[in-house]
Design a protein around this ligand. Structure first.
Ligand code: NDP
Length: 447
């Protein structure tokens, strides 16, 4: 008789949990995974994937305009929000099915229920108690709204994917990833967008040139941004369905208010504190480099931890944990120089240190910066400009940061990230022959 019913019980079938369970099962572990919503987690069901589909939808507005510069006459256009929602829902349902199949093929039991941790080796889910040698908490996070009067009248990114109608005017609070991505989406689809951000410029934490450049591009498009401003309350309106009242006294009439004010880890009600699993001030599970919590048999990966809230990070940590526990290959993910992208319009992508970070860590920092009109827009007349920037440790010559705002930035940065991760020097960037004519070649030709 085995000591435990299972080798691994995973709570949460998002990117990190699914990857960990499949890798563990491939190593011969007996695995079950609990999920009380669709399989796929935030990224697949209510994050990266539907968001990127929406971003494509929104970009057509500019593409139609830009086509005129190339001799095209584009007929009358009309956008149908419900057609987009239906197409997106079909794709998400397909992906949910694929995820379920992947689990089944791997021999992972899917328990379609909410799970709680009973003791360091026991989980309760769907009316059953199961013992497991290891428990993995991969419950992700949830959007958070500020505790202001009327906050419940607003939406978060979760609801934005299911709105019955496209709002004519939307107020978005926040200046991070979700706020700028949805500002671009709603603006492109034809809504009037007001962004209310308590700081200035947008995207705190990114390189200051990137922050200024993106802010400027969004302003140029006609997105109304209220800096150093916060929403004090949301009320039902007389002229419009809602009014967002700002701390400044401004009253913003609108059809919808969206809170893009950050996310909280999904640890509530799991029973972790009772078992002595240490949590941080935000409620996130504290883990070491091997994703171990303060209780030896309990592990955590993904957005429920304080690590970067990025799908590929959760996937890598999930895979490494499974290989460590069941593959006889103890190893940890290197969380340095994780590339990231914001699918704003235009998009942002970055890897490594910002100039500001480099100046606090490195004695002699060299900065190479280039802004230009992309070739495409020489004929469209669109005033959009691209920013590219390299941050170099002058002592070693190593490129320690690369940043871009402009079309295809995320696609370009993935390759640049390999060079930065390998410790490439500016001289090696310069020795690389460019691909002409591209924007990407600027990274190897910057003076
Ligand atoms: P972020 O932490 O990126 O941004 C939250 C924003 O809300 C910040 O601008 C913050 O201001 C503001 N804010 C926080 N609290 C308040 C408050 N009480 N009142 C007013 N404003 C407030 O969170 P997001 O929800 O945008 O994204 C969460 C995470 O999800 C990201 O950090 C990212 O890791 C991930 N993500 C990744 C994406 C991608 O890879 N493309 C896309 C979407 C999300 P301040 O700047 O002053 O702190």
């Amino acid at each position: 008789m085995p000591e435990f019913d299972l080798d691994l019980f995973v709570i949460g079938a998002g990117s990190g949990g699914v990857r960990a369970s499949r890798v563990a099962a491939a190593h011969g572990a007996r695995v079950a995974i609990a999920e009380d919503r669709d399989v796929g987690g935030t990224c697949v069901i209510r994050g990266c994937i539907p968001k990127k589909l929406f971003a494509y939808a929104a970009h057509f507005a500019e593409d139609f305009d830009d086509a005129a510069g190339y001799g095209w006459t584009v007929g009358r256009r009309r956008f149908d929000w419900s057609a987009l929602i239906a197409a997106k829902d079909r794709e998400i349902a397909r992906l949910n099915g694929i995820y379920k199949q992947l689990l089944a093929k791997a021999g992972v039991e899917l328990v379609e229920a909410r799970a709680t941790v009973v003791d360091p080796h026991t989980v309760s889910a769907g009316g059953r108690q199961m013992s497991a040698r290891h428990i993995l908490v991969a419950t992700g996070g949830k959007p958070w709204r500020p505790p202001i009067p009327g906050a419940e009248l607003g939406i978060t990114s979760d609801e934005a994917f299911h709105l019955p109608r496209l709002p004519r005017r939307i107020v978005i609070e926040g200046g991070g990833y979700v706020a700028v991505e949805f500002a671009g989406i709603f603006h492109g689809l034809g809504a009037e967008v007001v962004v209310v951000y308590r700081g200035e410029p947008l995207l705190r934490g990114f390189d200051m040139d990137v922050r200024r450049h993106l802010t400027e591009e969004l302003l140029k498009k006609g997105i109304d941004i209220r800096f150093k401003c916060e929403i004090a309350s949301v009320e039902r309106g007389a002229r419009t369905p809602l009014v967002a009242r700002c701390v400044s006294g401004d009253a913003l009439d609108c059809d919808a208010v969206m809170f893009a004010t950050g996310r909280k880890p999904g640890t509530a009600g799991l029973g972790l504190e009772r078992l002595g699993v240490a949590l941080d001030a935000n409620g996130g599970v504290i883990v070491d480099e091997h994703s171990r919590t303060s209780v030896a048999s309990i592990h955590a990966v993904g957005d429920v931890t304080g690590r970067p809230q990025l799908t590929p990070v959760a996937i890598k940590d999930g895979a490494k944990l499974a290989a460590t526990l069941f593959g006889g290959k103890p190893s940890a993910v290197d969380h340095e120089a994780v590339p990231t992208a914001v699918f704003s319009q235009p998009p942002v992508a970055t890897v490594g240190l910002t100039e500001e970070e480099a100046r606090t860590r490195i004695l002699d920092v060299q900065v190479h910066r280039s802004t230009f009109t992309p070739l495409k827009h020489t004929l469209t007349g669109r005033p959009e400009r691209t920013l590219m920037k390299l941050v170099v440790d002058a002592g070693s010559g190593r490129v320690v940061g690369a940043h871009m705002v402009g079309a295809d930035a995320p696609e370009i940065m993935q390759g640049v990230a390999i060079a930065v991760k390998l410790g490439a020097t500016k001289a090696q960037f310069d020795a690389t022959v460019g691909i002409h004519p591209t924007a990407a070649e600027e990274f190897v030709t910057m003076a």
